[in-house]
Design a protein around this ligand. Structure first.
Ligand code: UD1
Ligand code: CA
Length: 459
């Protein structure tokens, strides 16, 4: 098979973003734009990927990691100049090179694949991926001759009135015969409105050499959006969100308000899950069948079991079992493991804690660095006092224990199986199984004392 190479352009400063963050690292649904690009391009079985980096080079390399080789464009003199930086790695190779901008995060792998196929079938030296834009402002225009053959691309800033009316745009993605690309790049000049070496000029150069230049027009302009500023970034976010949400809905997930539901690309959601408005599901989360998420819930890197309900809550880096009930207003912090049929109620914070089946922490509690058995009832306002300012200590609450309201469990401490802690206790010592522990001042009632006190306070 013909070899395939990819050059990803990611060195530009992104001036129009007005940001300290390097443009291609701006996230779309939580993932840097350039990562979306690489992932989709790579699906076309690319033999060698070269990313051109410049501004923020180290950061970009960090994100992309082993996914690509890198070349440095230390001065950003234009997209043509950027591709030339890959010369040393690619120039003498036979094959097809796809060039893609790092700021077009929405192009799908199917579209890249279709571009390759079109290019291979037509036998062209270069094939441009084009689209018809409702508003082509800012994009390079595809100029065709009377036979409708592609002649050249003209940048918006260099276009005359007639050319500005063309609404077929250059998406910034192309397939080239690799050798022809690098030869033509030698002839690109910077004699234009921006004083840059434009990659699109290669098209006219090849055409003048009597080589075949073709275009593959994708029907969906939305996919080809180039993100140059924050307005386009928000459009990209909206398009990506809609695409992901529609995918889930087609797979049998109910999303009540898809415009107000944000699901990152790696999230797995099983059938008959219902997602209410204002929910954000991130990272490597897995939501199992029949779970109900939201409204207004943020879940990051969690597994949520079958039939579990989570309302108005935040859960991060945790495991949540089946038929669990969480919220409203609960905070599940990292390394929690919540067993089946557990209830975590309002204003409860759980951190680095394992809770076994059928236990309840229903109101206003902090349970951190703890192991809670099954069928435990943790009363309202219970606190695990886990931190002495320096170290964290473990609290163990064994099966069937009952913790009365407003108790402090000063760790390290164990509440034995089936034991009771009286409400308002501050527990500092281990409690054996089957005991009642009372650790609070005894109450005294001074009868008739209230009116005496009031009389004294009168004068
Ligand atoms: C470019 C195309 C335009 C096309 C549009 C599609 C050129 C001259 N114009 O315009 O025809 O319609 O994309 O979105 O190519 N970059 C470098 N080094 C540089 C300059 C740019 O690596 O010296 C990278 C940028 O990081 C970016 C990509 O190339 O990822 C495109 O550059 P950008 O400045 O955004 O080009 P546009 O003006 O959008
Ligand atoms: Ca751009």
């Amino acid at each position: 098979m013909t070899k395939r190479f990819a050059v990803i352009l990611a060195a530009g400063q992104g001036t129009r973003m007005k940001s300290k963050l390097y443009k291609v690292l701006h996230p779309v649904l939580g993932r840097p734009m350039v990562q979306h690009v690489l992932e989709q391009v790579n699906a076309s079985e690319i033999d060698q990927v070269v990313t051109v980096v410049g501004h923020g080079a180290e950061k970009v390399k960090e994100y992309i990691g082993d996914g690509s080789e890198f070349v440095l464009q230390s001065e950003q003199l234009g997209t043509g100049h950027a591709v030339i930086q890959a010369e040393a790695l690619l120039k003498d190779k036979d094959g097809i090179t796809i060039v893609v901008c790092g700021d077009t995060p929405l192009i799908k792998k199917e579209t890249y694949q279709a571009l390759f196929e079109h290019h291979e079938k037509s036998g062209a030296t270069a094939t441009i991926l084009t689209a018809v834009a409702p508003n082509p402002t800012g994009y390079g225009r595809v100029i065709r001759n009377e036979q409708q053959e592609v002649e050249r691309i003209v940048e918006h800033k260099d276009a005359n009135e007639q050319e500005l009316k063309v609404n077929e745009i250059n998406t910034g993605t192309y397939c080239f015969d690799n050798r022809a690309l690098f030869e033509a790049l030698q002839e690109v000049s910077n004699d234009n409105a921006q004083g840059e070496y434009y990659l699109p000029d290669v098209i006219e150069i090849l055409k003048n050499k009597e080589m075949k230049v073709s275009a593959y027009q994708t029907p969906d302009f939305d996919e080809t959006l180039g993100v140059n500023d924050r307005v386009a970034l928000s459009q990209a976010e909206r398009i990506m969100k809609r695409r992901i949400n529609e995918g889930h809905m087609r797979n049998g997930v109910t999303i009540i308000d898809p415009d107000n539901t944000y699901i990152q690309p790696d999230v797995v959601i099983e059938q008959d899950v219902v997602i209410h408005p204002g929910s954000v599901i991130k990272g490597q989360s897995v939501i199992k069948e029949n779970a109900v998420i939201g409204p207004h819930t943020e879940i990051t890197n969690c597994t949520v079991g079958e039939d579990t309900v989570i309302k108005q809550s935040v859960a991060t880096d945790s495991y949540i079992g089946q038929r669990v009930n969480i919220g409203p207003y609960a905070h599940i912090r990292p390394e929690a493991s919540i067993g089946n049929e557990v209830k975590i109620g309002n204003f409860v914070e759980i951190k680095k804690t394992k809770i076994d089946k059928n236990s309840k922490v229903s109101h206003l509690s902090y349970i951190g660095d703890a192991e809670v058995g099954s069928n435990v009832n943790v009363g309202c306002g219970t606190i695990t006092v886990n931190y002495d300012g320096k170290n964290k200590y473990l609290t163990k609450i064994e099966d069937d224990a009952f913790i009365g309201c407003n108790s402090n469990l000063i760790a390290p401490v164990t509440v034995g199986k089936g034991s009771y802690v009286a409400a308002g206790s501050t527990i500092t010592k281990d409690i054996p199984d089957d005991a009642l522990s009372v650790a609070r001042a005894r109450q005294t009632n001074k009868e008739g004392y209230a009116s005496k006190l009031k009389n004294r306070l009168k004068d």
